[in-house]
Design a protein around this ligand. Structure first.
Ligand code: UDP
Length: 431
């Protein structure tokens, strides 16, 4: 018998969000901090606004962090000691999961029973913790993978290190255990079902959002002045964690090709790169600068350290084009942020980027990573004012379709469904 309990399950009052390997309090754009941190922060704030308290559990990486910090009204971050008070490599974290889980369970044990109504884990390492806490507390587990090892390994940059088998196994376990799996796009839903045997009934597609109050159009001239860029420059920007997977080298190679096509451009071209080293690039922080030198464009390339959201707005507004050349991208928040500022995007046609960018309307999708193809696409947008103006209008319209409020409302629906499914399973009825 199938009884629909979806509408009867109440919204959670308090959600435990698990983010073991990175904290929403960290500056995104380097190391392990990126789109997931922004996602957790923005959806937590929106949840609190709609009356749902959020407690984020993350591993303490410094003895100076308070046990509890307020992120925003209704949102706290709990720093759980697990291993040394210092950053750990991601592959070292599974060894700390017992300590972390014990910290999470102890926190809950200080409260009255039923303190948390639901667990939302982010990334497979947190899913492992969530699975155990779910069984102990008798509440549903919602999981978001953010990236998947099998997908990443199928599209590695040349020379990049594959994700280990332990991660694949860990992901598989979480997929089997979670009550609902939230994915960014239907492509990712299909990957979970095809590659990880996920039950299609438990997968929910929820588009990420963009902070439309922060990322909005503004004066290009003022942004260039703020960044000390010439008013008449042709600016190609890359924003994000600098690692082989994100392929900022594709932009540099394409910029060098563009100069070969248009030698006059040398006087005006600026390649702006905002972000810090991450992943396998941590060991080679100067590799990109060396590449710029070897391509003869070092003096045209400007590197900015990881920027706050307010400063990024200036980067997006100053740019003629924002490039997202990644080999894989489960969504690509940078693409949405740039478009929300009215800047067209040239992106690789991979993962969620075809959802984040409307090809021909808000930007251009490039089906390869070849420098020639990229130079062609950049040429089309950056050097054609008419085309760029058309795409800029399309970019704004496209970005307006996404907001964190919309994401959060859909997440809350997934929570209600997960609660119904969980309660139904406890009662022995199918939902
Ligand atoms: N970001 C930032 N400062 C920087 C570079 C990036 O705050 O200097 C943020 C950016 O605004 C975006 C996130 O990092 O929200 C990157 O998300 P994306 O989905 O593009 O990539 P991910 O990091 O998830 O791989």
């Amino acid at each position: 018998m199938t009884i629909s309990l979806y509408r009867t399950a109440p919204r959670p009052r308090r959600v435990a969000v698990l983010s073991v390997h990175t904290s929403p309090l960290e500056q995104p754009g380097t190391g392990d901090a990126g789109g997931m941190n922004v996602y957790i922060t923005q959806t937590a704030i929106e949840m609190a606004r709609s009356g749902v308290s959020v407690e984020v559990f993350t591993r303490a990486t410094s003895s100076e962090q308070p046990p509890v910090a307020e992120l925003a009204p209704g949102v706290i971050v709990r720093h759980i000691p697990a291993g040394p008070f210092e950053p750990l490599e991601r592959h070292e974290l599974p060894a700390q999961l017992c300590a972390f889980t014990s910290g999470v369970l102890r926190t809950e044990a200080f409260h009255e029973p039923g303190y948390y109504d639901l667990i939302h884990s982010h990334y497979w390492i947190s899913g492992q913790v969530g699975w155990l806490a779910r069984d102990r507390w008798g509440v549903p587990l919602v999981h978001t993978a953010h990236t998947l090892a099998k997908v990443k390994n199928a599209a590695l940059a040349e020379g990049d290190k594959p994700e280990p088998r332990t991660r694949v196994i860990g992901e598989q376990q979480v997929v089997a255990e979670a009550d609902r799996l939230v994915v960014n796009t239907d492509v990712e839903a299909d990957q979970l079902i095809r590659l990880y045997d996920a039950d299609p009934g438990s997968v929910r597609t929820v588009s990420p959002g963009v902070d439309l109050h922060t990322f909005r159009p503004g004066s290009k001239a003022a942004a260039r002045q703020a960044l000390d860029l010439p008013a008449d420059a042709v600016v190609l920007a890359f924003v994000g964690r600098i690692q082989p997977l994100k392929a900022p080298d594709v932009l540099l190679n394409a910029a060098a090709r563009l100069l070969r096509r248009h030698p006059w451009l040398r006087r005006r071209l600026v390649v702006l790169i905002a972000g810090g080293p991450s992943g396998t690039a941590m060991g080679q922080p100067t590799a990109l600068r060396e590449l710029a030198s070897s391509l003869g464009i070092a003096e045209l390339t400007r590197f900015l350290p990881p920027q706050s959201g307010q400063r990024l707005v200036q980067v997006y507004r100053a740019a003629d084009v924002v490039a997202v050349p990644s080999y894989n991208e489960s969504f690509g928040l940078v693409a949405l942020e740039a478009q929300a500022c009215g800047t067209p995007v040239v992106a690789a046609e991979v993962g969620g980027l075809p959802v984040a960018v409307d090809h021909g309307v808000s930007g251009i999708l490039v089906p390869s990573h070849s420098a020639d193809d990229w130079a062609g696409a950049l040429d089309l947008v950056a050097l054609s004012p008419h085309r760029r103006a058309q795409l800029a209008t399309g970019a704004l319209r496209h970005a307006e379709r996404f907001s964190w409020k919309r994401t959060t409302d859909a997440l809350l629906d997934a929570y209600t469904e997960a609660t119904s499914a969980f309660q139904g399973a406890a009662l022995g009825v199918a939902v």
